[in-house]
Design a protein around this ligand. Structure first.
Ligand code: CS2
Ligand code: MG
Length: 402
């Protein structure tokens, strides 16, 4: 069976999504998410202009060889645009293989290692009180793990704090917005937030927090230490992810578990972290981490170094990426937790899917392949709208995220 063509589909049912649909000469098609938040059209062009033309006529049986061809054959390796495009092709090929064989993708990877996938939701509030209330809302929905974020007192806006209930979207239409950050108030406030949450809801809920790369290593060490009494599942992205060495210092100062990796593209972004066991959870996911073919290798190296996987699952990852992550999570032996931000009804309608939430867990379903589809008619109602992720500055205007 050969690749006949590849369509790059762009739609905006509330936010932008790029999807690759590969069709075969025998009428089977597979889907891959190619969404890179705020940089969507760069991936669409890379796929359309540089990748899809090289795929026509290739055998869909050769998933590994096609991955190697696109990665090693391209001369220009790595980077989020390239790797998101490769991920989309790889995911679509796994979807096709599952459909051809009549099996869900997790079965092809080695079968289920668990009955379903533990997920965490996002409780956000403009202040501590609102965020604490929002945790209760998630517990009522059945979540067993909740990430908690609150706006920083005295600041007009803070990155990573969702607006409204249940949905979260950091990108904004038009030119990139700017958000401000104040380290001192943030470091004082976060331990108070988690003290309140623990007092209100007790010990059984798993709690997580995302620092969104805004601290220095020693600040992160202090935050981790201050959070120890509240027993977090993880502290995510304490520092900018470029410098893997930074995690050594954090590790030396705290037993709060550490997670990083949503912006990583290949294993080379994480080898020092993994080999030194400076992190507990690696947050790379299928869509930005080279597809299922690459991520399974990354997970194997992590497994041998006692690092567990904890896939990124924000709303800017489409239901195709969510499904791929869930199949991966069902199989991967060193699984930790899966992030799960709910998509809007409009998005769910464009991408009908088989995964289901119950009692704090998601199951990918047992449809052949990934179990996700794409509704062209609905998608056509939502044309692309330029949107950007915010730029972060300190209160005095300094660009940071060292
Ligand atoms: C966040 C993301 O989900 C997370 O952990 O860091 O929401 C991030 O802001 C977006 O995915 C960026 O596109
Ligand atoms: Mg994050």
């Amino acid at each position: 069976m050969k690749i006949l063509d590849g369509e790059v589909l762009v739609t905006c049912p509330g936010r932008n999504f790029v999807t690759l649909r590969l069709r075969t000469d025998e009428g089977v098609y597979g889907l891959g998410d190619a969404t890179l938040n705020g940089r969507e059209l760069a991936v669409a062009s890379y796929l359309r202009d540089h990748v899809v033309p090289c795929l026509i006529g290739r055998s869909v049986d050769q998933i590994e060889d096609i991955w190697q061809y696109l990665y090693r054959g391209a001369y220009w390796r790595r980077g989020p645009v390239t790797m998101t495009a490769i991920s989309a092709v790889d995911t679509a090929l796994w979807d096709i293989k599952g459909k051809v064989l009549g099996r869900p993708v997790y079965d092809l990877l080695g079968g289920a290692s668990r009955t379903s996938v533990l997920v965490y939701g996002h409780a956000s509030g403009d202040n501590i009180g609102e965020a604490v209330d929002e945790v209760g809302r998630y517990l009522d929905l059945g979540y067993r793990a909740v990430r908690v974020q609150a706006g920083i007192e005295g600041l007009p806006n803070s990155y990573g704090v969702g607006r409204g209930h249940l949905f979260y979207e950091p990108a904004e239409r038009g030119r990139p917005p700017e958000t401000v950050f104040a380290t001192g108030p943030y470091l004082r406030q976060v331990p108070m937030l988690f003290e309140r949450v623990r007092n209100e809801y007790g010990e059984s809920v798993e709690l997580l927090h995302d620092a969104h790369h805004r601290l220095t290593p020693i600040e992160a060490g202090r935050l981790g230490k201050d959070l120890e009494p509240h027993r977090l599942f993880w502290l995510e992205d304490p520092v900018a992810a470029d410098n893997q060495q930074a995690f050594r210092l954090i590790r030396e100062h705290t037993t709060t578990p550490l997670a990083v990796g949503e912006v990583f593209n290949t294993v080379h972004d994480a080898t020092t972290l993994i080999q030194n066991q400076w992190i507990d959870y690696l947050r790379m996911t299928v869509v930005h981490g080279g597809g299922i073919t690459h991520l399974r290798k990354v997970a194997a190296i992590a497994e041998l170094n006692f690092v567990r996987m904890g896939s990124h699952g924000a709303t800017d990852l489409s239901p195709v990426a969510m499904a791929a992550a869930l199949h991966f999570d069902m199989w991967v032996p060193n699984f930790g937790i899966q992030e799960y931000m709910r998509h809007t009804d409009e998005t769910d309608a464009v991408f009908p899917h088989g995964y289901r939430f119950a009692d704090g867990y998601l199951h990918p379903g047992d449809r052949p392949g990934l179990g996700v589809d794409y509704d062209d008619v609905l998608a056509a109602k939502y044309p692309y709208e330029p949107a950007f992720l915010p730029v972060n500055r300190l209160v005095d205007g300094t660009m940071f995220n060292w």
